[in-house]
Design a protein around this ligand. Structure first.
Ligand SMILES: [Zn+2]
Length: 336
């Protein structure tokens, strides 16, 4: 009898295990023919669940994408939640600046998002709110009525609580209190994520939004740090290539500090930089393939900065800082 090593054949323990983690770590996969001399047995690790909450389609591919692809490759479940449809985004790639694209921006961005999710191997949910756009001018104009950043916090929090209770993530990723970048939707994404993380386990909060669920950790995703820019500038210069970072570094206010001061967790994910880049390019209206996003050849990136960075801000498990794994302390809790 051939059992194979098909993960889909593993059934969840009816007891749900710790925090609903499928208690499969004690089950064994037998590959090869039972009774043959070269029978191979290996313990299966439980699939854990990671949820990344983002503001617009394309944010998931520019912030923490390689980390997500890595956890998917390890057999875990990853879900991206996108709060808005990105309707206010303009076309940032000259090759896509066409009337037929502009006329169907909402539909085009949905298709781009579906492609990016497929490349990264993640599942995806739209939270269904309207892009607030990035107000510009002096004074700043108001954001559109009914857009994500001005919808009552309770309404958007309930929508995210519903998805959290359905997917039951062990770890939630979101932006820091500054949004990582001062877009009203990014700041709102932070506020909604924090409120939903706290409300999801409370039975008296949004009782219509599903069975309570307690995520175990919450991290902020930290993007482009000065230290990373310096490392890229240095390796490009040494390789005799032009560095687009010099100008940024020259303008950097030394009193501003660096997000690296806040980083608690660095995830080595350099094998997945290609998936990250392909996912970014799937957002063809938003990403110019000739832009400085792709200025550093991937082999140099792997040498200079093979990680993505996170800040642990909520935790219900024990883990030792600094960490190199978003599931640190959670794997132990479920006995892997
Ligand atoms: Zn965004």
């Amino acid at each position: 009898m051939y059992f194979g090593a098909d993960f889909s054949s593993i059934r969840a323990d009816a007891s749900g295990g710790v925090n609903g983690v499928r208690n499969i770590e004690r089950e064994r996969v037998v590959s090869g023919m039972v009774g043959s001399d070269d029978l191979v047995e290996c313990d299966l690790k439980p699939r854990l669940r990671l949820m990344a909450v983002h503001a617009h389609p394309d944010d998931e591919s520019s912030k923490g994408a390689a980390t997500m692809a890595k956890y998917v490759a390890e057999g875990h479940e990853v879900m991206v939640v996108t709060c808005t449809g990105g309707e206010a985004g303009s076309v940032l790639n000259p090759a896509m600046d066409k009337p037929e694209v502009l006329a169907n921006m909402s539909e085009v961005r949905r298709e781009e998002m579906a492609r990016a999710a497929k490349i990264l191997g993640v599942s995806h949910r739209w939270l269904g709110f309207i892009d607030s756009g990035l107000p510009e001018g002096e004074p700043l104009p108001p954001v559109p009525e009914g857009s994500f950043s001005v919808v009552p916090l309770e309404e958007s929090t309930e929508a995210l609580v519903r998805v959290i209770r359905e997917f039951r993530p062990h770890v939630v990723l979101t932006y820091d209190e500054n949004g990582g970048y001062p877009h009203p939707d990014h700041i709102r994404t932070h506020e909604v994520s924090m409120a939903a993380f706290d409300a999801a386990p409370e039975p008296d909060q949004f009782p219509e939004a599903g069975e309570p669920w307690q995520p175990l950790k919450l991290y902020y995703i930290h993007g482009f740090s000065r230290a990373r820019m310096l490392a890229f500038d240095d390796i490009l210069t040494k390789a005799g290539l032009e560095s687009p970072y010099k100008e940024w570094l020259d303008k950097w206010d030394p009193d501003k500090g660096d997000v690296m001061d806040r980083v608690t967790t660095r995830v080595e994910c350099s094998d997945y930089f290609e998936a990250r880049d392909e996912a970014l390019k799937a957002h063809a209206t938003q990403i110019d393939p000739d832009s400085r996003w792709f200025a550093v050849p991937r082999d140099l990136q792997r040498q200079a900065w093979p990680t993505e960075e996170y800040e642990l801000v909520r935790s219900l498990v024990d883990s030792t800082l600094p960490e190199d794994d978003l599931f640190a302390g959670i794997r132990e809790k479920v006995g892997t």
